[in-house]
Design a protein around this ligand. Sequence first.
Ligand code: NAD
Ligand code: ZN
Length: 406
Amino acid sequence: MTHTQKKSDIFESTHQVHNQQFTVSFDYPVYFTRNLFNKEHSLLEKVITRKNGNLPHRVMAYVDSRVAQKTPDLIPAIVEYFRFRSNKLDLVQVPQVIEGGESAKNGWGDVRKIISAIGDSHLDRQSFILAIGGGSLLDMVGFACSLVHRGIRIIRIPTTVLSQNDAGVGVKNGMNEREIKNFLGTFAPPFAVIDDYDFLGTLEHKDWVGGIAEAFKVAIIKDPEFFSFLCEHAEALNSQDASLMETLIHRCAVIHLDHISGSGDPFEFGSSRPLDFGHWSAHTLEALSSFTLGHGQAVAIGIALDSFYACKKGMLTKEELNSILTGLETSGLPVYSPFLSNENTDGKLKILEGLEQFREHLGGRLTLAMPNSIGKQCEINDMDINIVKDGVTFLKERAGLKKNNE
Ligand SMILES: NC(=O)c1ccc[n+]([C@@H]2O[C@H](COP(=O)([O-])OP(=O)(O)OC[C@H]3O[C@@H](n4cnc5c(N)ncnc54)[C@H](O)[C@@H]3O)[C@@H](O)[C@H]2O)c1
Ligand SMILES: [Zn+2]
């Protein structure tokens, strides 16, 4: 016996191990519909009653303030929907309105409010929370729900393009803390998701086009046909063509869902996050702008910057880069913001802090998803800071030229 083997035997004699391994399977449906709270529309009742639980099922609802304001009939319609089905469904209080937008994710105020309300109403783990709003509200309500009783059922009803095609359909939630985007959050698959296209009619233009950025993101790294669709219809999408937007939302949501169920890493245990192409700088830009820049707009800029990088590294042709930039711009999205050029006192670009934050979030080695021609992706493990700087200059000049031509 060698010296090394002896040492290992001694070590093993100091402990016993019983290796524990089990699998938990998750499933949740994602529906696409309209007019969800029409009294005659039975979908929501079917969704709520699809698994076990005592009748009537107990439900609380939270509504994004802007949605409540723009659709004043919504809360009365929800109350009526539940009253009409009171043998099966019990709405324990009038739907509560919560301030929507990114500020919902900053601070614990609303999280505590929701936790207390669930406690005061004595909801249990087989009761339901309906979260109706944009991605920010869904992230915050989802976070609160994942904490109470270690996870109460949530049905997400996303009301923006970005939340219907991305934020609302996945398995994560997030809160901003320490001025870092999504520093807090849990993996908590929803009980169900219902995309009701009718909500989109009241969106401001910036919130309509914001979600197009996430569609470009997945198309560039996963789906060349979808990329062509986006470029071809960029102008009509910008002009709020509802039918094209519905096609975009469905396709984009399905690509996200297929990735989550088929990638083998739904809870992101590895160091790579392939669906976050363009996001390392986007998250930092949002924070640098004190969240005045929307997530979708920041993602568009992040995609532009990473596409420039990919082009310089020979992973995209100049023509492909130009199609991406033109596609984003024609859709009404920015490819530059002055926050991109913010520097520290030592002259280093502030967005570069996003690289370390991105690495720290997932752990292990920095791994960034990049396009490798349109529709294919690869991973890189470091970034040449000089190319990033050149990218910022290039995008700034492009934005300047565009402004002059307007
Ligand atoms: N959990 C995830 O997997 C995931 C994925 C992507 C993005 N996100 C998060 O989603 C958030 C962005 O979501 P978003 O783009 O939906 O923005 P948002 O939720 O901030 O909403 C933007 C604005 O639209 C308003 N609004 C919502 N629905 C409306 C409607 N129907 N009519 C009129 N106004 C309406 C909101 O009140 C808000 O003022 C970011 O915080 C981002 O980090 C999460
Ligand atoms: Zn995103």
